[in-house]
Design a protein around this ligand. Structure first.
Ligand code: SF4
Length: 336
């Protein structure tokens, strides 16, 4: 008899409008970049996502991506959909790349405000500055002040470090290391504490000591706990998928939320939920020919390597390892 589990309640999360981005930040847990699928959420998809998570108790969400402002009409439609469904939008995340001039930015932000969103989370850190001139960030901040939109700066502690460089240009992490010290990128990881998934784990694994496979598996033994029970900081995306907190490459069909899940349809979730990283590893080793190396730097690194193996050798067997581009993306992290 198939086992059943259930995601019974949700508290706060994000609506992913798109995965394409104008940036390719080294810490991006979603592995967004300019060559990702250009698809953007529709009004109906955004409404259905809001309706479903609202049924499970979530009353407010943020909007993120990718870069949500890459599709102005789509973003305004998504805001309309959220409002129609009674879903408050706490803030929209943005990297500010869309900024052209003060007038057009204020006009767009006023349209955003008219649709009920009154705060922008504005990225302020060296990862983003490798792709986006700081002058654009300053421009969006100034436009927010004019339009009466609140600024949620993420994170102000980096403002002066970035502002010391030419704000009309981008500056690579190597430039930061040349200016502020060769351990800058490693220290940046400690200061920013990115979620260790996606490009962040690719970027930061080399800074960590290598450990024997057995030790890494043991470290990841509890990784699946809370996979189906955590209620905060989940995401629902433009493809109608639910992404549990901290696992951007794992997806459940949003229509299955709230009901008993047939875990035979979610083999990756089932293995990780039941057996943690050792269970996930055993599934890949015994049934899909995965051969582990001797050492890894972090349980998340091994999780990512195993998941990539599974979607490469048996993509149809793991419909819960999505979006596929998360694993198959050709975009490499920028050199540190
Ligand atoms: S962190 Fe944000 S701005 Fe950077 S690549 Fe990811 S989605 Fe784009």
């Amino acid at each position: 008899m198939p086992r059943t589990l259930r995601i019974a309640s949700l508290r706060s999360g994000g609506l992913v409008t798109n995965y394409a981005c104008s940036s390719a930040c080294a810490h991006c847990s979603y592995r967004s970049h300019p060559k990702r699928d250009k698809a953007y959420t529709t009004h109906d998809r955004a409404a259905a996502n809001c309706r479903k998570v609202r049924q499970l108790g979530c009353r407010s969400m943020h909007i993120g991506g990718g870069e949500p402002f890459l599709n102005r009409t789509g973003l305004l439609d998504a805001l309309e959909a959220a409002r129609e469904e009674g879903m408050a939008i706490e803030y929209i995340e943005t990297n500010s790349s869309w900024y052209r001039d003060h007038e057009s930015a204020v006009a767009l932000l006023q349209e955003v405000k008219q649709r009920g969103c009154t705060t922008l989370l504005i990225s302020i850190d060296p990862y983003h500055n490798a792709y986006i001139p700081f002058a654009k960030v300053k421009g969006v901040m100034a436009a927010c002040r004019t339009a009466g939109i609140s600024i949620f700066p993420w994170l102000m502690e980096f403002y002066e470090e970035i502002n010391a460089l030419d704000d009309s240009k981008t500056h690579s992490l190597k430039e930061y290391a040349d200016r502020y010290g060769e351990d800058y990128v490693a220290t940046l990881g400690q200061r920013y504490s990115p979620s260790m998934s996606g490009r962040a784990i690719t970027t930061y694994a080399p800074f960590m000591p290598a450990k024997p496979l057995r030790e890494v598996l043991e470290q990841g033994r509890t990784m699946g706990q809370g996979l189906l029970t955590q209620t905060g900081h989940f995401h629902v995306d433009l493809y109608g998928s639910y992404l549990p907190p901290g696992f951007p490459g794992f997806s459940l069909a949003i229509e299955d939320l709230g009901d008993d899940l047939d875990m035979s349809r979610y083999p990756a979730f089932a293995a990780l939920h039941d057996g943690g990283l050792p269970g996930f590893y055993d599934l890949a080793r015994t049934r899909h020919g995965f051969e582990a190396g001797e050492t890894y730097h972090h349980p998340r690194e091994l999780l990512d390597i195993i998941a990539r193996h599974l979607v490469t050798c048996a993509p149809e067997a793991f419909p819960d390892l999505r979006p596929l581009e998360y694993y198959t993306s050709a975009c490499r992290p920028p050199s540190a």
